[in-house]
Design a protein around this ligand. Structure first.
Ligand code: SF4
Ligand code: SF4
Length: 184
């Protein structure tokens, strides 16, 4: 928990519940989600504490934590919850809300996500080399892992040119509809 709790912002719990479709008040803090989380060792807030802080309306403490960016969406927490709460989906929603509020406590994770999405929007599917270049441009980590490139290209794991995808314009349409405002 943070050192001191802020005033309970009830709109925070309502918004997270609405956007995730989960009934978070059913969480009774058994800790199963935290016990199974493979990234708990790196988290600043264990996932069960994130659940509790959302219940308590601690918007800033939750949206500014590192854990939501380090989550691998492995779904273990969801599978272990005795109350059938989709905990992984809640973490995903929190990451969206953090982006919208201007928080990106793990900037390299955000940079990778942005590069991934930009590639899919442009080509209709992933172009790995484009993602790698985009990530390096966004983070300034030029030449990171560059030594792996010849091996990957040799094994056909990294194509120089993006593959053409029939219907790429329809994928771009999905992004456009999202940008028009339906973020939930
Ligand atoms: S989905 Fe995220 S929070 Fe849940 S167990 Fe996996 S890494 Fe941990
Ligand atoms: S497993 Fe479910 S009920 Fe238990 S602490 Fe996690 S979210 Fe709450």
């Amino acid at each position: 928990m943070p050192d001191s709790l802020q005033k309970n912002d009830k709109t925070f719990l309502e918004e997270v519940e609405r956007r995730s479709g989960q009934h978070m008040v059913e969480c009774y803090q058994c800790g199963n989600c935290t016990a199974g989380c493979p990234f708990n060792f790196a988290y600043d807030l264990p996932v069960s504490k994130i659940m509790r802080l959302v219940q308590l309306g601690q918007r800033e403490a939750v949206l500014s934590c590192h854990s939501i960016w380090l989550c691998a969406s492995c779904q273990t927490c969801t599978a272990r919850c005795p109350n059938n709460i989709d905990v992984a989906k809640i973490v995903d929603v929190l990451r969206h809300m953090a982006r919208e509020a201007g928080y990106a406590t793990e900037r390299n994770v955000k940079a990778f996500g942005d590069s991934f999405l930009a590639s899919v929007k442009k080509h209709g599917r992933l172009h790995e080399l484009g993602v790698a270049v985009g990530y390096e441009m966004r983070t300034g980590r030029f030449l990171t892992d560059i030594d792996l490139a010849p091996t990957m290209i040799g094994k056909g794991k990294l194509s120089i040119r993006p593959h053409h995808l029939h219907g790429a314009d329809k994928v771009a349409g999905i992004f456009n509809r999202f940008n028009e405002g339906n973020h939930d």
